[in-house]
Design a protein around this ligand. Structure first.
Ligand code: BT5
Length: 275
């Protein structure tokens, strides 16, 4: 998969990760998917939180077989290697921890009031528009070589997504608007995402899971606490009220007089998203 050699990592990225005491970022100008490169790199024994950054992805992936638009120079395409050693049953919470990490890193770098949409989209505004998406992929689960790659896509400029997504996608630049004369520093955001991910994973390992979940609940509160939602499960299309986030990361919903736990799939927020 790593058929070509990496390009020299841009000096500002090298400086930003070094000053954060983070492992190196391996930079490619052009890849198929940074997640593939990171999964391959992980098996060569690189330290945890080693990351892969690209300027453009030819086949950026979303969840459930969907694609992630990844044109050159407009977005951040980053994959970070997490080794789930010591996490055991908390391993699936890496995905929520990643949402918290990316939301906090974006907020810190841009001053934008971002929110989280379950399970881990970073969104902003009313109706919600997607600013960043996260795709966690695992390999060798249950062995001592287990790895979870956290793939992070952040829209920096409006050119990161096609015009037909403009009512449901947005970029940091568009949200910051005219009062801001410079684009945010990509290197600082890269280092911020990795540093925050390291911190949230440290909390999971240190049995401080409640801190991660509470942070998620704070950032996601608009979509919890009584928000009407729609989803589809084996019974067909369903409607209910989202009332919380379970300690296992499930979305808790009330539906037809009973309580359900949604663990995967897509949910539409009737008042917050475009239905
Ligand atoms: C995600 O999927 O949100 C996860 C995206 C993860 C991308 C990163 S980039 C680095 C790493 N390498 C990869 O190959 N992937 C990761 P999902 O929730 O399935 O959202 C995908 C849907 O969002 C698509 O079907 C589109 O409707 C929409 N979409 C695609 N590209 C977008 C973009 N750039 N901005 C906003 N929405 C987009």
């Amino acid at each position: 998969l790593i058929s070509r050699l990496p390009d020299p990592t841009p000096a500002d990225v090298v400086d930003a990760v070094a000053s954060g005491g983070l492992p190196p970022v391996v930079y490619y100008r052009d890849v198929e998917s940074t997640n593939d490169v990171a999964l391959a790199l992980a098996s060569s024994g690189v330290p945890e939180f080693t990351a892969v950054l690209a300027d453009v992805q030819q086949t950026g992936r979303g969840r459930l077989g969907r694609s992630w638009f990844s044109p050159a120079g407009a977005g951040l395409y980053l994959s970070v290697i997490v080794r789930p050693e010591g996490l055991d049953a908390r391993t699936p919470l890496i995905t929520l921890a990643a949402g918290v990490a990316v939301a906090l890193a974006i907020a810190d770098a841009s001053d934008l009031r971002v929110e989280l949409k379950w399970p881990n989209d970073v969104v902003i505004g009313r109706p919600w528009r997607k600013l960043a998406g996260i795709l966690c992929e695992a390999s060798a689960v249950g062995t001592s070589d287990a790895v979870v790659v956290v793939g992070i896509g952040v829209n920096l400029l409006p050119a990161a997504y096609p015009a037909e997504l403009a009512d449901r996608a947005t970029s940091i630049d568009r949200e910051r608007g005219v009062w801001c004369d410079r684009p945010i520093a990509r290197a600082g955001l890269v280092a911020g995402c990795i540093q925050q991910l390291r911190e949230q994973v440290r909390r999971l390992r240190a049995d401080e899971t409640a801190l991660v979940l509470d942070r998620w609940r704070e950032l996601g509160r608009a979509g919890l606490d009584g928000a009407p939602v729609q989803w589809t499960d084996e019974r067909g299309p369903c409607r209910g009220i989202a009332y919380g986030l379970g300690d296992d990361g499930a979305l808790l919903v009330r539906h037809a007089g009973r309580q359900d736990r949604l663990v995967a799939g897509d949910v539409v927020w009737e008042r917050l998203s475009r239905v």
